[in-house]
Design a protein around this ligand. Structure first.
Ligand code: MN
Length: 194
């Protein structure tokens, strides 16, 4: 039975600086994500989803349970795929080859993904996922949605809710997106693809 709880971060609050500040991570993880966890734990009793795996709740629920479970799944994937900034940060191996094949080059992929993230109206997430055939798919998901609902395997995501970047970048979402590439832990993304 999967326990619904706040994930521990595998890095210190300041580890992602200067791309994302310790203040942003403290609020984003300790307040926003904690609130989604608290809300879901209040909604689960009597819902029929007690003891269900988080991903199954996201696939099968609606309303408040979906919104909070979706945000927990999204944030867990986001926070666990980040690490300290690295210059010339790029994928290796099978994922790098799949990106080259699908998008032409890593640089072309970054441009397309960044455009999805920048162009998402309102609150939500941009995603790289894989379909059943191993093809890579880019999508925009509004609010709490996750590509698992469409039967895709989510690999990489960026949170473009304002709370993810407003402390550090104010309204300049494209600057946050451009800096984000330095802190992607491609080893984690590669493991999700394998
Ligand atoms: Mn968020």
């Amino acid at each position: 039975m999967e326990q619904i709880k706040l994930i521990d971060l595998p890095y210190a609050l300041e580890a992602l600086e200067p791309v994302i500040s310790a203040e942003t991570i403290a609020i984003h993880h300790g307040k926003h994500l904690q609130t989604y966890v608290n809300n879901l734990l209040k909604l689960l009793p009597g819902s029929g989803f007690e003891g269900a795996a988080l991903e199954d709740i996201v696939k099968q629920s609606t309303g408040g349970i979906f919104n909070n479970a979706g945000q927990i799944l999204n944030h867990n994937m986001y926070f666990l795929q980040l690490r300290a900034p690295k210059a010339d940060n790029r994928p290796q191996g099978k994922l790098a080859a799949a990106i080259d094949k699908q998008f032409g080059s890593f640089e072309a992929f970054k441009e397309e993904f960044s455009a999805k993230a920048a162009g998402l109206f309102g609150s939500g997430w941009a995603w790289l996922s894989a379909d059943d055939g191993g093809n890579l798919v880019l999508s925009q998901e509004a609010n709490a949605a996750n590509p698992v609902v469409k039967g895709l395997k989510p690999l990489l995501t960026i949170d473009v809710w304002e709370h993810a970047y407003y402390v550090d970048y104010r309204n300049r979402r494209p600057e946050y997106i451009a800096a984000f590439w330095q802190i992607v832990d491609w080893d984690v993304v590669e493991q999700r693809f394998a």
